[in-house]
Design a binder for this molecule. Sequence first.
Ligand code: UD1
Ligand code: CA
Length: 453
Amino acid sequence: MNIVILAAGMGKRMHSALPKVLHPLAGQPLLSHVIDTARSLSPSRLVVVIGHGGDAVRAAVGAPDVQFAVQEQQLGTGHALAQALPLLDPNVPTLVLYGDVPLTRASTLKRLTDAAGANAYGILTVTLDNPTGYGRIVRGATGSVIRIVEQKDATDDERLIDEINTGIVVTPTAPLAGWLAALGNDNAQGEYYLTDVVEAAIKAGHAVVTAQPDEEWETLGVNSKQQLAELERVYQRNAADSLLVAGVTLADPARFDLRGAISCGRDVFIDVNCVFEGSVTLGDNVRIGPNCVIRDAVIGAGTRVDAYTHIESAKVGANAVLGPYARLRPGAQLADEVHVGNFVEVKNANIGVGSKANHLSYVGDADVGAGVNIGAGTITCNYDGANKHRTVIEDQVFVGSDTQLVAPVRVGRGVTIAAGTTVWKDVAEGALVLNEKTQIEKTGYVRPVKKKS
Ligand code: UD1
Ligand code: CA
């Protein structure tokens, strides 16, 4: 099967510089959702018809299995499909999708293509309470489809028809070139309508069949920001439902956002207003507090992530405790039972089993061993203004509060660092390290007072 995705329209009503099909839904361009669905049907050719913002579209979704056809002027859906013709295999049917209709299920498309087989013309239709704006399916006395009439060309009687053309069709490919070449644009919009091909197919002796989706939202397109927001909610509700069905507890399925893929173990709990991006894996019994943002992360069983924690490109072991207000940046690798508390930032650092950094610290470009206690206000000074350097803290080190570790530096096993120490030289195993400081006390000091003006 060939699949052609029409995506040349400009989307005037989005009021945006971004081509319509690149507006994100669940973090991915609308068109990427359609391409992913198309791919799941294993087409032999996959062609996207681009026009407005074509270069941006190409750059955003380009892939070895995607070919592009350019429609210089948007002269209608029939004209758009014609641009793809040279790239199609004439021996197999062609399924036509829209780049701005993102949520059609593959099973629905399969139902349509199965119904059409190799030779029939198939139309995905749906019956709407309010069909205004859509092309109507006109059926004859026997119930078979005779033609499709656009809203703007329809008579008052035809406008009463509530079965509409979703725009998704499948057609035999060999005769398509002739049918498209014969299209006229003598209609209300002066466009070459793909919908007019139905009559040509019937005339040429092809059966016309229809199929319906299970859900109305599968056929909804995006023309405005309101419609984009509505489909985003549909997507998120579906994502939340799949997790609930799989046994995940969501404090509120209406306040859950997935922009990628999530995989959860048993008895996972997710509180409200969390955003999951990229690829996220949560082990058994993981608890995620409210307002967390988690992107591309693996979190081990039994770990608790408290409120307002941000995690990006990080790996966390089992039974760890993070947050509230913790930040794991790319390359953070936490072993089991690690605690990372409020206002602690960890970047490109390994932290060993059971180590704790509970308050207000920066651990960057570091290798921290097991059983280490990092006191409040500890900073790894990893950047000398030009290059980054590593800090190594071996097992069982006690880092006193307000310590600066000037990298590159190595602190040996079991070292104790006194509070307020600047460590700029390596420290041998088992030592106590401190900076000489004097506490000066002047008795009877009088503080300046503000002058009255
Ligand atoms: C089309 C159908 C209508 C159907 C409706 C469903 C036709 C003539 N009408 O109408 O029966 O009910 O979709 O939403 O087909 N496009 C191009 N190049 C063009 C014109 C359109 O690539 O020259 C693309 C658009 O980017 C969009 C799709 O085709 O993805 C549909 O175009 P749109 O203008 O939205 O069609 P409608 O007038 O809504
Ligand atoms: Ca439309």
